[in-house]
Design a protein. Structure first.
Length: 373
């Protein structure tokens, strides 16, 4: 189910390949051309405008002869949001020097017979998620299940943690509604692993709370190299009022099953990426239970950092179909959109996620959430 090689991208002495998981789909490539043996240009088009006018890109280049090639990535009717990254193995990534001129990125790469991957961000594939879920499922406190299927029949995998079988309160963790939002994924992994750790805080937390983890909600988009949509062309984070897409329905129906079995939703964290680090929250006065829960949590995290500000942006948009709004409206409790910046330092993302998970557990175990108005 990988995308077919774009027929228009054929260059003398340079091989172009987009036949791999997460590569730019043919629909996103408007044209390709070579101005000389050492210069190529790839023109991308956005899935739609205005909200997602910065298309994802990922492709491989190689050459029979070692050579330096100047690559231009141009966006038509959009914006080039992502500086290029290069990898030889798809696991280790490096930034490259580039020049940005309006919608155009220009940079130089060294080519050889060994293909290199050029991408907007690191690539985290469905296989990577499957291996991660399988590893965490080996823990005696977790269970793995498939709660539904994507449009193209890929599994929607979930982990459930029931440390105390008498517990009926649930924390929900959600990720990858938008395929290229890699820094959100890089935060979700350590955040979740800390919830499942053997620390005294995590063990105490799991004695009281259950956890539902759905790390990869848009596996079709992840496979096909989409910027924001599933394969039906729908932004999943605008479908939580319609439930027209099977990926969203799968989570909604599974949560309802947990509630029918006596469960109670108490908090949700939805991981994303944007141009800066920000936390989209529900307003304290929206009428939810434990109205200051998120405020207490994020203020406590903020106090741990002298040179970093935890920015909260409360919002209430009932008609947009956003997950955090759905969660607040349906279950009368808090949810946040946890956004990490596209270019935020990867080590910081990891460390901050661990601290944020620790503080969330401590905050949720507090008996009184009216402490910090």
């Amino acid at each position: 189910m990988a995308p077919a090689v774009a027929y228009s991208c054929e260059f003398d002495q340079v091989t172009f390949d987009n036949d791999f998981a997460g590569a730019s789909s043919d629909k996103m490539i408007a044209s390709c051309q070579s101005n000389s043996q050492n210069k190529i240009e790839i023109v991308l088009k956005p899935e739609n405008t205005p909200i997602n006018n910065s298309p994802w890109y990922a492709f491989k280049l190689s050459s029979e002869e070692k050579k330096q090639v100047e690559v231009t990535i141009r966006v038509t009717d959009g914006d080039n949001r992502y500086p290029p990254k290069v990898s030889k193995d798809g696991q280790h990534w490096e930034g490259v020097e580039y020049v940005k001129d309006n919608e155009k990125l220009v940079f130089t790469v060294a080519l050889s017979k060994q293909p290199i991957v050029i991408a907007a961000q690191e690539i985290i594939t469905n296989q990577d998620y499957s291996e991660w879920v399988n590893r965490l499922a080996k823990s005696p406190v977790t269970s793995q299940s498939v709660i539904g299927e994507s449009v193209q029949g890929r599994p929607i995998n979930a982990l459930e943690v029931r440390g105390n079988r008498q517990a009926n309160e649930w924390l929900v963790i959600l990720g990858r509604q938008h395929p290229p939002e890699i820094t959100g994924a890089l935060a979700l992994f350590p955040f979740t692993e800390n919830l499942l750790s053997d620390s005294s805080v995590a063990k105490s937390f799991r004695d009281r709370f259950n956890i539902l983890i759905v790390p990869n909600l848009n596996p079709d988009g992840v496979q096909m190299g989409h910027w924001r949509h599933n394969v039906n062309g729908v932004d999943l984070n605008r479908d939580w009022n319609k439930f027209a897409q099977p990926e969203v329905r799968a989570v909604h129906e599974h949560i309802n099953k947990l509630i029918q079995a006596g469960g109670k939703m108490v908090m949700a964290v939805d991981f994303h990426s944007t141009r800066r680090d920000i936390f989209y929250t529900m307003p304290n006065d929206y009428g939810m239970e434990q109205r200051y829960l998120v405020n207490n949590w994020l203020k406590a995290v903020d106090k741990q950092y002298k040179n970093f500000s935890v920015i909260q942006k409360p919002g209430n948009n009932p008609g947009r179909g956003v997950f955090k709004q759905y969660f607040a409206d349906h279950y009368n409790v808090h949810a946040i959109t946890y956004e990490m910046g596209d270019n935020t330092d990867r080590a910081f993302i990891n460390d901050f996620a661990i601290d944020a998970a620790n503080q969330l557990m401590k905050t949720m175990m507090m008996d009184n959430q009216e402490l910090q108005p």
